[in-house]
Design a protein around this ligand. Structure first.
Ligand code: ATP
Ligand code: NMN
Length: 300
């Protein structure tokens, strides 16, 4: 197995990963689609991978898109969220997780930035690489077609768009107008409610039903690890091994690998826990490490 090498990467040595991108569309009448999943991935789970497969099926059966590529983009170390291990580890785990995939890639560009990057900027980066640098994908006859780039997210993430203070209004408009989002239903999130304030962009929001309900969350995986419980078959095996080898997510490890001092960027310490404390861990029986328990506004 090739060793992950995120630690050796810098923005200067960065090149856009394109080896798994399909450079030619098979149905020229369709619009090429590239799915971008932005998130913490601390750690990546089988559900995160499964989201891509669900979205690809959805796009094939219900839309005029043809999926030509898919990317995981890990949020960088400046994102303040409980349970976040260093971006280098999260990127390495994502890279191990997609080893068996022929079409899902990991793009380290976002995580290579020291400062927090809003999702709109991350999507702009993909648009730049795919449509400006590459010029889109081949449709035959020497012609190229620009790719539609869309955010792939769970319902909890789209719900945060209606939570005051988390997203800038202009970013929501920018993302949903120019890119759009494929949204996977998630247990515990009322999708109608999540979308109720986003009706102006409804034509650019595609809702994917989970036909096999899967409620794995990174929070639950972290909770299992802290209780010394097995996480096998919740995350890919190479990720299990990587977590073990690097001692990630045990109580001390979780505290020491985060890049902050217990305070958010705004110094208020919102959502941050001291070493030894953890969101949801105290509720032992219910395993209620709430899935998708996002910190809210990443920048406070
Ligand atoms: N069980 C799930 N069903 C639907 N979407 C999910 C599920 N788990 C994660 N997602 C989505 O995956 C993306 C990345 O999520 P993220 O890294 O925050 O994972 P998470 O499991 O929600 O993490 P955490 O538990 O740490 O909050 C988000 O868009 C999130 O909504
Ligand atoms: N203003 C924004 O651009 C904004 C706000 C909230 C979350 N996000 C993104 O959504 C994702 C949320 O991930 P988590 O669910 O792991 O917190 C991250 O990629 C984060 O950057 C972006």
């Amino acid at each position: 197995m090739a060793a992950p090498d995120f630690n050796d990467l810098t923005l200067d040595s960065y090149t856009f990963p394109q080896s798994r991108l399909r450079r030619r569309i098979t149905a020229p009448e369709r619009t090429p689609l590239v799915l971008i999943a932005c998130g913490s991935f601390s750690p990546i789970t089988f559900l995160h991978l499964r989201m891509f497969e669900m979205a690809a099926d959805y796009a094939r059966f219900n839309t005029q898109f043809e999926v030509v590529g898919a990317y995981l983009s890990c949020v960088g170390d400046a994102y303040k969220k409980t349970g976040l291990v260093k971006a280098a580890h999260r990127i390495n785990m994502c890279s191990l997780a997609v080893q068996q995939s022929s079409w899902i890639s990991v793009d380290p560009w976002e995580a290579l930035h020291e400062e927090y990057l809003e999702t709109a900027k991350v999507l702009d980066h993909f648009n730049y690489e795919l449509n400006e640098v590459m010029g889109g994908v081949d449709v035959g006859g020497g012609q190229k077609k620009k790719c539609r780039i869309a955010l792939l997210a769970g319902a909890d993430l789209i719900q945060t768009m209606s939570t005051p203070g988390v997203w800038a209004e202009r970013d929501i408009d920018y993302i949903l107008r120019n890119f759009g989002a494929f949204i996977v239903e998630r247990t515990g999130t009322d999708i109608d409610e999540a979308l109720s304030q986003l009706q102006s962009w409804k034509d650019n929001i595609w809702v994917i039903q989970q036909l096999v309900q899967n409620d794995i969350s990174s929070t639950k995986v972290r909770l299992f690890l802290r209780r010394d419980m097995s996480i096998r078959y919740l995350v890919p095996e190479p990720v299990v091994q990587y977590i073990e080898e690097n001692g990630l997510f045990d109580e001390d490890g979780a505290a020491s690998t985060t890049s902050n001092d217990g305070k958010d960027g705004d110094g208020k310490g919102k959502g941050r826990l001291k070493a030894g404390e953890s969101k949801g861990v105290s509720a032992v029986d219910g395993l209620d490490g709430a899935p998708g328990s996002s910190s809210g506004n990443p920048m406070g």
